[in-house]
Design a protein around this ligand. Structure first.
Ligand code: OXD
Length: 301
């Protein structure tokens, strides 16, 4: 089997070893006759824009969990699978739990300025409601880790399907859920349905002092409305993703005291844990079985 690797040079440097190790029967190449490939391994930053000549490709495997940059490509008619990497899910859960704990414990109250601030004792995590908006693989991993620490977790998803340990709601209930969310974690994909979901009206429904953590996609939040909400009572926003990346040096988020910017590092796909997922999907392709994590083009993820 031959697989075409279409991603950046840095990605190739990081992935070629783990992929070759995980997929001994597969030849990976960065160029060659399009008709000679059975699969494409894809990440933004690669050179394929027109998928039409890859007429024998039975699977395009994304190395990214989010597929918004490829799902709208009209030349792509081959099945597309998104990445579900156990390492990425674990990394995301650690990032969100770390920030949720910092928010919960009020760590930022303390400054090395000679003032003895011992007046505020935080409630226990069991009394701090957290909402996870987006309960796919990542949201569920985040919810499980938060529950392990003791936070009561409410999950919101498009389907509202039950998830063990979490109180679940559909997106239609979001307005009712927001006022009870001391910490809101956004993990929805970027689709036409999710863009600007957190607009001025919804942000105003969050309780005074609430924290918003967004390692999902920048498009979920209306940036201007967020800055106004922070000026008006929202506590803090931790943002890892942006409408345009890298975030421009003069963007108001950098200088805002209640915003923490992290540079899209919340959770990386890790070649060591993700290469076996690619291997399993290529085996399925070879054996004529359905690949895992196929993208529903209409839904957009
Ligand atoms: C991804 C990401 O989608 O890193 O994998 O954002």
């Amino acid at each position: 089997m031959r697989a075409r690797f279409s991603a950046s040079d840095e990605a190739w440097a990081a992935w070629q070893g783990p992929l070759r190790e995980a997929c001994p029967g597969v030849e990976f190449a960065r160029d060659g006759d399009p008709a000679g490939f059975d699969a494409i391994i894809y990440a933004p930053g690669g050179d394929i824009e027109d998928f039409t000549p890859y007429r024998n490709v039975g699977l395009v495997q994304s190395l990214w969990a989010g597929v918004e940059r490829i799902v709208t490509n009209r030349t792509l008619t081959q099945p597309l699978a998104r990445m579900v990497d156990p390492g990425l899910a674990r990394g995301m859960a650690e990032y969100c739990t770390g920030w949720a704990m910092r928010a919960h414990l009020g760590m930022d109250r303390y400054a090395q300025d000679g003032v003895w601030r011992n007046g505020q004792i935080p409630p226990l995590a069991t009394q701090r409601p957290v909402t996870v908006l987006g309960m796919g693989e990542l949201g569920r991993a985040v919810a499980a880790m938060l529950q392990g620490v003791g936070f009561p977790v409410t999950g919101v998803s498009h389907s509202g399907r039950p998830v063990e340990g979490a109180t679940m709601h559909g997106v239609a209930d979001l307005d009712a859920v927001l006022p009870g969310s001391d910490i809101l974690i956004c993990l929805l994909p970027d689709t036409p349905r999710t863009r600007n979901l957190l607009d001025a009206r919804r942000l105003a429904l969050l309780p005074e002092g609430a924290w918003l953590i967004n390692p999902g996609r920048g498009t979920l939040i209306d940036d201007t409305a967020l800055v106004s909400a922070l000026d008006g009572g929202l506590g803090h926003a931790v943002l890892d993703v942006f409408r345009s990346e890298p975030l421009a040096p003069d963007h108001p988020f950098w200088a805002h005291r209640q915003v923490t910017v992290t540079p899209h590092i919340a959770a990386e796909t890790r070649p060591r844990t993700a290469a076996p997922v690619v291997a399993e999907n290529l085996r399925r392709l070879r054996d004529g079985r359905a690949p895992m994590f196929l993208v529903d083009r209409d839904r957009g993820y």
